[in-house]
Design a protein around this ligand. Structure first.
Ligand SMILES: Nc1ncnc2c1ncn2[C@@H]1O[C@H](COP(=O)(O)OP(=O)(O)OP(=O)(O)O)[C@@H](O)[C@H]1O
Ligand code: NI
Length: 279
């Protein structure tokens, strides 16, 4: 948490303990079927995730495993028909949903997957200046913030369609971090990007974490994530099944069968392609 925002703690008392600590997070949805029969859907059955300051924590798992829900739960953004149990502690304090919602956009930034977040009809400069103002900073900080992410001043006058996918991602990171967050929850920030752009975006997260903050990186790009992450949390069917050191993948030290399956499914890792069936 930023010192002057909530705790009043100043830099001279170094923070102890993780920035984010999620324990036994369970999320169910109540649905009413025809005839008004109530049905409970267990979407998260027991998720655990810890992010220390200075860390990039990759969160991986199949589609539908519950990664986005976890991020939304942290920000207190679950839909009204969701029930949440377990604990989410931020900076050493267990916070209820309204308290977490208050941190959204300031201490905690969500980097959404969709680039629809950008207005196609407004220049990048206008949009980043708006983010600056919303974060309580002068609009004139926009150019400097873009420059810090490797985007030159010429980007200010361009429209989203005039930028490459990698540049767009960097603009989104710039906008999400205008409020000077301590924690970024990045929900699949690199879909469809060429490998070089993926590496550049992930490197931005690495630098952010190296400055004493933390990143939870939700991704399907396991190999790229292993290059920047300090820990990898593997989830399956709404549960954390393993929390692993990135090296344990290549060194064959993973313990959970699903974690090994993820690794083995990567191309060049023995992915077995079934023989073509005669037709
Ligand atoms: N509003 C909702 N009502 C009922 N079930 C939901 C709701 N939102 C999400 N779910 C269910 O929760 C589960 C987890 O979804 P989530 O979007 O978190 O998965 P994910 O791991 O982010 O997947 P992906 O990799 O495809 O983004 C899914 O089975 C999904 O159908
Ligand atoms: Ni998702």
């Amino acid at each position: 948490m930023n010192p002057d925002r909530r705790t009043g703690r100043r830099d001279e008392s170094p923070p102890v303990g993780p920035l984010l600590s999620i324990t036994g997070l369970r999320v169910t949805f109540t649905q009413y079927t025809r005839g008004l029969r109530r049905r409970e859907i267990v979407a998260l059955a027991g998720m655990d995730l810890t992010a220390e300051r200075g860390q990039v924590v990759a969160l991986v798992g199949a589609s539908g495993a519950g990664k986005t829900l976890l991020a939304h739960a942290v920000l207190g953004m679950l839909p009204p028909n969701a029930t949440e149990t377990g604990t989410i502690a931020y900076d050493g304090t267990v916070l209820d949903t309204p308290a977490r919602r208050q941190l959204a956009g300031t201490d905690i930034a969500l980097l959404p997957q969709s680039i629809d977040y950008l207005d196609p009809l407004a220049t990048i400069g206008r949009q980043v200046r708006r983010s600056a103002r919303l974060a309580g900073r002068p609009s004139s900080d926009a150019a400097e913030a873009l420059e810090a992410r490797g985007l030159g001043r010429e980007v200010l006058g361009r429209y989203p369609h005039e930028l490459s996918g990698g540049m767009i991602r960097r603009v989104l990171v710039t906008m999400a971090t205008m409020g000077d967050p301590e924690l970024i929850l990045a929900d699949e920030p690199t879909p469809g990007l060429p490998a070089a752009d993926v590496a550049a975006v992930l490197q931005d997260f690495r630098s952010f974490a190296d400055a004493g903050r933390a990143v939870v990186l939700i991704t399907h790009e396991l190999r790229a994530a292993l290059a920047v992450a300090d820990t990898v949390v593997i989830c399956h069917d709404g549960r954390t099944v393993e929390t692993a050191d990135p090296r344990s993948f290549a060194e064959d030290r993973l313990t959970h069968p699903y974690a090994r399956l993820l690794w083995n499914a990567l191309p060049a890792n023995g992915l077995i392609v079934p023989e073509a069936q005669p037709c």
